[in-house]
Design a protein around this ligand. Structure first.
Ligand code: UD1
Ligand code: CA
Length: 448
C-alpha cells in the first residue's frame, strides 16, 4: 500500500518568543522540522508534504527540497491544515500519515509500527496514544465500556472527569486516504473557529468504524515543543539517545552528559571522547581515537588512532595516527597526512602536511604544500597574504625549517633544505642547501 506523509508546520509558535518560525529552531545543529523529515524518510521514498504558513519562505529556504510544500494561508486548525495537502495527494496514496514538525523525538521505528498496524487494519484510522501523568495540554482519549476509542476531547473543552484521563492524544494518525479526503470536509467548525483534525475520530465512530490505536512505549518520544524550555529538554533527551547509541556501538564517553554529537556524525569503535567534545555537521571519526577534552570538530574527516586534544577543526581532513594539540586550529582545506604531529598553538589553512611532518609550536601554515617528514621550527609562519592575493608556499620532503622562519610567499624551499633561526625567506631555496638571515641567503650546500 502506498504511503504519503503530511507534516504540519504552519503554526507560529508564539510561546517561543522568536522572530524565527518555531520549526526552524535547532536541536543538535538541525532544525526541529528536520527530525520529522528524517522519520518520514525512514518509511517511504515519497517526499513528505509539509504544510507551512507562518514564515513559509524562511521554512522553505531552510529545508529546501527535502519536502513538497503547501501553504495554509489562514491557520484554521489542524484539520484545515491537512486539507491543504489534498490537491497533492488525493488519488496518489492509499495511506496518509500525519505528524507534527514540532515533535522531534518521535522515531521512524514507532511510525513504522503504526503504519504496519494501519495496513493490517481495515478501518479508516489508526492513531498513536500515550499514557502519562503529565497532561502537557494534550487532548484526552475517550473510550467506551468495551475499551473502544470513541473520540478525543481537547483539554480546553474537557469536563473535570475527562481531565483525569491519562491516555492522551499526541496527534499522530495514519488514515485510509479514500476515507480521509472526503471526511475532512465534514469536520464542523469548532467554537474557537477552527477545524479540528481530532474530530475525525468521532466521525469515524459515527460512520460505524472501529478506530485502532497504538500506545507509544516511551512518552518522551511525543514531547511537543512549544517553548525554549521544551526545546532544551528535548535536546537533552536527543543527546542522551544519540550518545547511548554510540556507547552501545563501542565508543567510550568519559562524561556523556558533557559530550555533544550531532545526528549525522559517525564514530569508529574504541574511540574515546573526553568531556567538552562537540562533533558537528558531517564529521566522521575513525576507530581508536582519543578526542578532547574541549575539542570542537565540524564537517571534518578523521582517520584511525588520532589524538586530538583541546583543538578546533573545521572542514579539514586528518589521516591516521595524527597527534594534535593542545590548542590547534585546522581551518578549511587543512589536510594532515598519516603520522603528522602538531603541538600547541598551530594553525593550518588550505594546506597539506605530508606524512610524518612535525609542527611542534606556535606556527601557521596557509596555502602551503609541506612534504613528508618536514620539521617546522617553533614560530614559523607562511606570510601567504600580500595584502591583495593569497600566495602558495612549497616545502620539499625532509626540509628543516629553523625556528621563527618567515616564508614570504610565493616561495619554495627545496627537499632536504634548512633555514636558520629567524630567516626571512623571500626567494626560493634550492634542495639540500642552508639559507640564513634577513633576507635569507644560501650560505652552504648540505650533504644529501
Ligand atoms: C493538537 C491536538 C491535540 C493534541 C495535540 C498534541 C487538535 C485539534 N488538537 O492540539 O488533541 O493533544 O495537538 O500536540 O488537533 N498546525 C498547522 N495549522 C493550523 C494549526 C496547527 O499547521 O492551523 C500545526 C502546528 O504548527 C503544530 C501542529 O499543527 O505543528 C499542532 O498544532 P497545535 O496548535 O499545537 O495543536 P494543539 O492545540 O497542541
Ligand atoms: Ca502543540
Amino acid at each position: 500500500m502506498k504511503l504519503s506523509t503530511v507534516i504540519l508546520a504552519a503554526g507560529q509558535g508564539t510561546r517561543m518568543k522568536s522572530s524565527l518560525p518555531k520549526v526552524l529552531h535547532k536541536l543538535l545543529g538541525q532544525p526541529m522540522a528536520w527530525y520529522a523529515l528524517q522519520a518520514a524518510r525512514q518509511l517511504s521514498q515519497e517526499k513528505p508534504v509539509m504544510v507551512i504558513g507562518y514564515g513559509a519562505d524562511q521554512v522553505r529556504d531552510a529545508l529546501g527540497n527535502q519536502a513538497e510544500y503547501v501553504i495554509q494561508e489562514q491557520l484554521l486548525g489542524t484539520g484545515h491544515a491537512v486539507m491543504q495537502a489534498e490537491p497533492l495527494l488525493n488519488g496518489i496514496s492509499d495511506l496518509v500519515l500525519v505528524i507534527y514538525a514540532d515533535m522531534p523525538l518521535l522515531t521512524g521505528e514507532t511510525l513504522a509500527k503504526l503504519v504496519d498496524q494501519a495496513q493490517l487494519y481495515r478501518g479508516p484510522l489508526t492513531m498513536l496514544t500515550v499514557t502519562t501523568d503529565e497532561a502537557r495540554g494534550f487532548g484526552r482519549i475517550l473510550r467506551d465500556a468495551s475499551g473502544q476509542v470513541r473520540g478525543i476531547v481537547e483539554e480546553a473543552q474537557a469536563t473535570p472527569e475527562q481531565l483525569d484521563i491519562h491516555e492522551l492524544n499526541p496527534g499522530v494518525y495514519c488514515f485510509r486516504a479514500s476515507w480521509l479526503w472526503p471526511a475532512l470536509k465534514r469536520i464542523p467548525l469548532s467554537p474557537k473557529g477552527e477545524y479540528y483534525l481530532t474530530d475525525l475520530v468521532g466521525l469515524a465512530v459515527d460512520d460505524g468504524y472501529q478506530v485502532a490505536s497504538m500506545s507509544v512505549a516511551d512518552p518522551n518520544e511525543v514531547i511537543g515543543i512549544n517553548s525554549r524550555v521544551h526545546l532544551a529538554q528535548a535536546e537533552t533527551l536527543l543527546r542522551t539517545r544519540i550518545n547511548r547509541q554510540w556507547m552501545l556501538a563501542g565508543v567510550t564517553m568519559i562524561d556523556p552528559t558533557n559530550t555533544y554529537i550531532e545526528p549525522e556524525i559517525t564514530l569508529g569503535q574504541d574511540t574515546i571522547l573526553w568531556p567538552g567534545t562537540y562533533l558537528h555537521g558531517r564529521t566522521h571519526i575513525g576507530a581508536g581515537c582519543v578526542i578532547g577534552p574541549n575539542t570542537i570538530i565540524t564537517d571534518t574527516e578523521v582517520g584511525d588512532a588520532c589524538t586530538l586534544l583541546a583543538s578546533v577543526l573545521e572542514c579539514a581532513e586528518v589521516e591516521d595516527h595524527v597527534e594534535m594539540g593542545p590548542y590547534c586550529h585546522l581551518r578549511k582545506g587543512a589536510h594532515l597526512s598519516t603520522g603528522v604531529h602538531m603541538g600547541n598553538f598551530g594553525e593550518v589553512k588550505n594546506s597539506t602536511l605530508g606524512p610524518g611532518a612535525k609542527m611542534g609550536h606556535f606556527s601557521y601554515m596557509g596555502d602551503a604544500q609541506v612534504g613528508a617528514d618536514v620539521n617546522i621550527g617553533a614560530g614559523t609562519i607562511t606570510c601567504n597574504f600580500d595584502g591583495e592575493h593569497k600566495n602558495p608556499t612549497e616545502i620539499g620532503e625532509g626540509a628543516f625549517i629553523g625556528s621563527d622562519t618567515m616564508l614570504v610567499a610565493p616561495v619554495k624551499v627545496g627537499a632536504g633544505a634548512k633555514t636558520g633561526a629567524g630567516a626571512v625567506v623571500t626567494r626560493d631555496i634550492p634542495p639540500h642547501s642552508l639559507a640564513v638571515g634577513v633576507p635569507a641567503r644560501v650560505i652552504k650546500e648540505l650533504k644529501k
